[in-house]
Every structure is written in structure tokens, then in C-alpha cells.
Design a protein. Structure first.
Length: 112
């Protein structure tokens, strides 16, 4: 009768090991995924707000150039210069943004 008791304790130990492994996998996968989801959500919201702000600033610069220096840009091709200036400014902003994005190599916080 000692053998069946040993089998019951072995199956209980195996069940505990399986439960422990399941809990460990949940802790190590679901926790970071939830954190990454929050991080991505905040990143998307920030990108949309910054992108909208940059578009509005470039449009404001374009309209300012057209209103303040409108007499300077008369002619068939000269009227395109304010748009070219706005395009160059937007390329510069995108270049700075790409440069700063590439400077950050990891998603993890730096520890002191």
C-alpha cells in the first residue's frame, strides 16, 4: 500500500510544478506585455499630438510668410517659394525627430 501513496504524492508534486511554471510564465509574459501596451498607447497619443502641433506650426509659418512677404512672391514661379520654405521646415522637423528616435536604442529605462 505504500506504493499508491507515493504515486499520489508524486502526482501532487507534478501538479504543483505545472502550476508554478504556469504562474511564472504568466508573470514573465503578461506583465511586460501589459507594460508595453501602456507604453505604446502613450507613444501613439504623444506622436499624434506632436504631429498635429507640427503641422499647425508649419501651416502658420506658411501663412505668415504669405501675408507678410506676399508682395515679394509675385510671379508665376515665385508664388511657390513660401510652399518650398514650409516644405524645407517640415523636412527639418522630421529629420530632428528621426535623429532623436534613432538615438534611443532600447525601450528599457536606464538605471543609475
Amino acid at each position: 500500500m505504500a506504493v499508491p501513496d507515493k504515486d499520489k504524492s508524486d502526482s501532487g508534486d507534478i501538479g504543483q510544478v505545472v502550476d508554478l511554471v504556469k504562474d511564472y510564465v504568466r508573470q514573465e509574459t503578461l506583465g511586460p506585455i501589459k507594460g508595453a501596451g501602456r507604453w505604446l498607447g502613450r507613444g501613439v497619443a504623444g506622436a499624434l499630438l506632436i504631429g498635429t502641433g507640427c503641422v499647425l506650426l508649419v501651416l502658420a509659418a506658411l501663412r505668415m510668410i504669405q501675408n507678410e512677404f506676399g508682395r515679394s512672391f509675385r510671379g508665376q514661379w515665385m508664388s511657390l517659394l513660401p510652399y518650398l520654405f514650409a516644405f524645407v521646415v517640415s523636412l527639418a522637423v522630421m529629420g530632428v525627430a528621426a535623429w532623436r528616435i534613432m538615438a534611443k536604442k532600447t525601450l528599457q529605462k536606464e538605471r543609475p
